[in-house]
Design a protein around this ligand. Sequence first.
Ligand code: NAP
Length: 309
Amino acid sequence: MSEPLFDRLALIGIGLIGSSIARVARERNLVREIVISTRSEKTLARAEELGLGDRYCLDAGEAVEGADLVILCVPVGANESVAKWIAPSLKAGAILTDVGSTKGSVVRQVRPHVPDGVHFIAGHPIAGTEQSGPDAGFSSLFENRWCILTPDGSGDETAIESLSAFWKGCGSNVDVMDADHHDLVLAIVSHLPHLIAYNIVGTADDLETVTKSEVIKYSASGFRDFTRLAASDPTMWRDVCLNNKDAILEMLARFSEDLSAMQRAIRWGDGDALFDLFTRTRGIRRSIIEAGQETDAPDFGRSHSKKDA
Ligand code: NAP
């Protein structure tokens, strides 16, 4: 096993993402020591029961003391208050990063609190599930997934390289881009799909002419694939909407226009337009499979044996 990349890792927040980082960092010997902090005694006790770290502190300031890598793994709306809390305790030369799903807001909210001599590089691992909490994490979560770093130009190259090496150690591929561009890209590939899913599932729940039991009973026809996204953490997604407002509104406007065009094609019986669109979109899924970002098994690899039916 190779030498650890960092001596002390402090994880602030130990839900799905924090606990997955703890697990992979331990499994692959990426760090010598892991210190865990979270706001509730209950979650901290659970992290300890799961053996996710070496030390556990309710006080985030105490947790980051002496750490050379600090990763904020809290909802994006909580980053600023956590940054204020830990700022006086950060070690000179430490790398401070986060895993938030929006980046422009995190940079704007965290940067002003970062002391001189601490390298702040915002980040976002493009990996997750619809589950939350320390039990939900697993060490292979980041394997062959992308992690986007959005340095704001004030950090040094060596720190960016060290953080990239950490994420590569977790199994990720690393890309570096501007925070605003990240927010635009993620608005279409992640935020809009979640909002569409929340909306469809909400609409189905509100229908009066189709009963809830019918929606559930016949969900295998497509609906259930939306319910995975619509089961995602409400706090996380509230914060994503509030913190990537402009890019999300821009993508929603584009989406509404395209939906109107589809409505028109259906109304006027324009089968060619519908067929062309559906052919184009099928190609996108093929490209995602070819890029190794999805299984090629039919129906997402769900088992269809009689036993499971
Ligand atoms: P999670 O499982 O719900 O865990 C959240 C953690 O943050 C818990 O330790 C929780 O503490 C703490 N926390 C919650 N609200 C807080 C607050 N107001 N102040 C301080 N701490 C707070 O969340 P997650 O899925 O790991 O997401 C963490 C971050 O990763 C988010 O910024 C999210 O945008 C990003 N992300 C998520 C995914 C995904 O698929 N889930 C993917 C990529 C990135 P307690 O339990 O002690 O209350």
